[in-house]
Design a protein around this ligand. Structure first.
Ligand code: A5P
Length: 232
């Protein structure tokens, strides 16, 4: 992507992230998403904290925890708070009619899903390039798997129509914060996400998938024409 386009997309993400953070109220426990868009939301939250907002964050990755600490966002954890008021996170693809998502390009999908599922509201912030008519349009779906027997797990993923490739970093298998591998599955547009999710969930060794179904309650879309807010 040309540098100018990347800078423009960052502006769209930033504007949408700042809008999303307007939904946070004093005293809330806030789920902190992962990825470049969620980082803008953490920055926006820190800016509000600097002017008096009092909240506690539960991060979805070590990277987001580090960023939050650096920017002065106080953190809490599930041993103290079982429920989260609002989670603000990004996505790789979002369907505006169903609010279904694909997440996990950053490899934090498991913690992101645990935090989203424990949240009263999940606000998803995306730039307009992430909006799709049907999930799978981008051609990939991350699936988190346990390292033991991953080759057998991959064979089963292939048998349900996904084309798994082991994610690597510096020539080694990429390890998630939970110590798992990521299968980057090649997919076409997904006919029935509920059916695919059920098939994947039944494969031994699959920890979780990047399909986030029925979790998002608001989409905040950064568009060149302005920020669009969709609510379910
Ligand atoms: C992290 O695992 C992902 O789910 C991210 O939320 C997703 O990949 C979006 O990331 P960006 O905001 O960096 O595009």
């Amino acid at each position: 992507m040309p540098v100018g386009d990347a800078a423009m997309l960052d502006e769209l993400k930033r504007a949408a992230a700042f809008r999303a953070v307007e939904s946070v109220d004093n005293g809330m426990v806030v789920g902190l998403g992962s990825g470049s868009t969620a980082a803008f939301a953490i920055e926006a939250l820190a800016a509000r904290i600097a002017t008096g907002l009092s909240v506690l964050g539960i991060p979805t990755s070590e990277a987001s925890a580090n960023l939050a600490r650096r920017l002065g966002v106080p953190l809490t954890a599930f041993d103290i708070h079982r429920r989260i008021d609002i989670t603000i996170d990004g996505a790789d693809e979002a369907e505006p009619h169903s609010f279904h998502l694909i997440k996990g390009r950053g490899g934090a999908l498991l913690r992101e899903k645990i935090v989203a599922a424990a949240s009263d509201r999940m606000i998803v912030v995306v730039d307009e390039t992430k909006i799709v008519n049907r999930l799978g349009a981008g051609g990939f779906l991350p699936v988190e798997v346990v390292p033991f027997g991953w080759q057998a797990t991959f064979a089963r993923l292939a048998a349900v129509g996904c084309r798994p490739r082991l994610r690597t970093a510096d020539g080694q298998p990429f390890l998630t914060d939970g110590g798992h591998f990521i299968a980057d599955c090649g997919v076409a547009e997904i006919e029935d996400v509920v059916v695919l999710e059920a098939k994947l969930a039944h494969i031994p060794g699959v920890v979780d998938t990047g399909l986030f179904l029925g979790l998002a309650s608001m989409l905040v879309v950064g568009r060149k024409s302005g920020v669009e807010v969709l609510e379910r």
